[in-house]
Design a protein around this ligand. Structure first.
Ligand code: ADP
Length: 549
């Protein structure tokens, strides 16, 4: 019901019809009637006056916006104009009255009314204080949002728990797989060693057969020792405890040592190995033993993952910016699937055996390669055009840099890498202490065969006692001993006047840096890790000062 003639209405002030007035007076809801165009207040009931806290006389005859100023901000005046224009009643729900503290919420119902003269002209506004319900609704909304959020969180937590669970399961599976592979790898060399022992019993008098079996057993034992050493190295790299013994080395020497060490697997498989190095010497600041291990691992893998009669090529070239040497080990072998190329350096990773055909290995060789190369400030990458297309491993290493005073004299030997000169052995008195009798007896036998005079003991107390009576030059002392451990036994021996000149050598399965520090603190002169290499032991004995007798 749109209205026209605003100017006409202005001449006839709107009067609220009696019925409406009567109705509003008795309504418990606050009501107010205003002019349609000017919004001048014509009537209000007692409930409205109470609601706004004003007397009726203060409001009647004044524009609504002046009488209740905050209404404008609440959008109420725009609503009045709209209803007056369209004639359609409208509601405005739960408007926050920002001027009030604590906040209040009002709802409005507005409709157009006819005056006494039956002419359209006024608007009736009914106001309801909905603060309670609005606050309740607000709280309910907030609770609902919190609920939604917490259910999202719960979902996320469930997902995280599921992921953790999956990781745990994978790591348990990984551990079980690793133990299975490790046992398999340990059995590999153990089986021929056991066979060798049996053969030795039968061919004891045949020197050629004994020598052959002996060297076979030695090879298998070295493999076993290497496996354990590799495992320890990986754990040291992971814990950041591996230290490089760097010196100025020539790449050709390191490569030569690696080639020598890989000769057997390469020759056994009938592979052809080509080594191409630049004519000028390439100097590196490197630990020669660890670096040789890098190339030895890569060459061994090239031999292992190539069918018989393959081609292996190790080449090196200088590169600039940065100044480095790039060493490539390339084979014509089974190759690596593209999807696995980026993971091959991960520890315990072995490319799917279904197509690999090759058994054996723990999956730690390449992670050692990466660890050692990175410790030298270099990097390593794997390349392959796919299965059957061969593989190439590229190692980049920084070159030796001449720095003031840093360069070592070539004649200088590193104490960590003793010279290969072995003085002739002299006869020693040696006390061998090990609670495992077979260990003690076999080592005693070996040392007797080398020409030394031996006594044995099998616990810590016995060791101290035997040291006092036998007065050895050297004691090879196990650490984990019954009655008194090796550290304590060493301390007691050192405390005696006769024990001060004895050479105390720890002979133990524990070879980490902290184990060496601990044995040194207990008074040991040397620390050997079991199984001790007889050549290393002989070298150590030969290098000692002549016996004081
Ligand atoms: P291992 O040889 O003991 O399994 P490595 O860490 O040396 O462990 O190698 C990890 C895996 O990378 C191997 O199992 C093999 O699948 C793959 N790999 C390594 N070198 C080669 C190579 N030259 N050709 C093909 N695959 C290789």
């Amino acid at each position: 019901m749109p209205h026209d003639g605003a100017s006409a209405k202005a001449q006839h002030p709107f009067e609220l019809p009696r019925l409406s007035r009567y109705f509003s007076e008795f309504s418990p809801l606050p009501m107010i009637a205003v002019e349609g165009t000017t919004h001048v207040v014509r009537h209000l009931n007692a409930a409205f006056a109470r609601l706004v806290g004003k007397e009726r006389t203060e409001l009647v005859g004044r524009p609504f916006a002046e009488a209740v100023p905050e209404e404008e901000a609440n959008g109420c005046l725009a609503l009045l104009d709209r209803v007056y224009r369209t004639g359609t009643p409208e509601n405005l729900c739960e408007q926050e009255r920002r001027s009030l503290t604590p906040p209040a919420y009002w709802s409005y119902a507005v409709w157009a009314i006819l005056g006494e003269d039956e002419r359209p002209g006024g608007l009736m506004i009914q106001v309801k204080d909905d603060t309670e319900i609005a606050l309740f609704r607000k709280q309910a909304t907030e609770m609902n949002e919190a609920l939604v959020l917490s259910s999202v969180r719960q979902h996320e937590l469930t997902e995280t728990a599921e992921n953790l669970n999956a990781c745990l399961k994978a790591s348990i599976e990984g551990r079980d797989h690793f133990i299975a592979v490790l046992s398999h790898e340990l059995r590999n060399p153990l089986a021929p060693i056991r066979n060798g022992l049996q053969i030795l019993k039968q061919v004891g008098n045949d020197p050629v057969a004994s020598a052959n079996v002996g060297s076979m057993m030695e090879r298998q034992l070295s493999q076993l020792v290497r496996l354990v050493d590799d495992l320890l190295d990986v754990s040291r790299i992971t814990l950041g405890k591996l230290e490089l013994r760097k010196e100025r080395v020539e790449l050709a020497t390191v490569v030569g040592n690696a080639v020598e060490a890989s000769r057997t697997p390469i020759e056994q498989q009938g592979h052809e190995l080509t080594v191409v190095l630049p004519p000028t010497p390439i100097l590196l600041d490197a630990d020669p033993i660890r670096l040789a291990q890098v190339f030895q691992n890569l060459l061994n893998n090239a031999a292992k993952y190539s069918d018989k009669g393959g081609q292996i090529r190790l080449s090196a070239e200088l590169a600039s910016a940065p100044d480095e040497v790039v060493v490539r080990v390339k084979d014509s072998g089974i190759g690596i699937p593209a999807a696995q190329l980026s993971n091959v350096f991960e520890i315990f990773l072995q490319v799917d055996k279904a197509w690999k055909r090759v058994q054996g290995g723990l999956g730690i060789g390449l992670s050692l390669v990466k660890g050692f190369v990175e410790m030298h400030g270099g990097r390593v990458e794997a390349h392959s055009d796919g299965p059957g297309k061969g593989s190439e491993f590229v190692v980049r290493l920084p070159l030796w840099k001449e720095e003031g005073g840093r360069r070592k004299e070539e004649s200088e030997t590193d104490p960590a890498h003793p010279s290969s000169f072995i003085p002739p052995p002299s006869k020693r008195r040696i006390l061998v202490v090990d609670d495992i009798r077979d260990n003690a007896d076999s080592l005693a036998l070996l040392l007797r065969l080398m020409g030394h005079e031996i006594a044995t003991a099998h616990d810590g107390l016995e060791a101290v006692e035997a040291a006092g009576t036998f007065r050895p030059d050297v004691i090879l002392l196990d650490i984990g001993l019954p009655k008194m451990n090796g550290y304590e036994a060493a301390r007691r021996i050192r405390a005696q006047p006769w024990g001060q000149g004895m050479v105390l050598t720890a002979l133990t399965g524990w070879g980490q840096e902290e184990d060496r520090l601990r044995s040194a603190a207990a008074g040991f002169d040397h620390h050997l890790v079991k199984p001790v290499d007889p050549v290393e032991l002989e070298k150590l004995l030969a290098e000692l000062a002549p016996p004081q007798r």
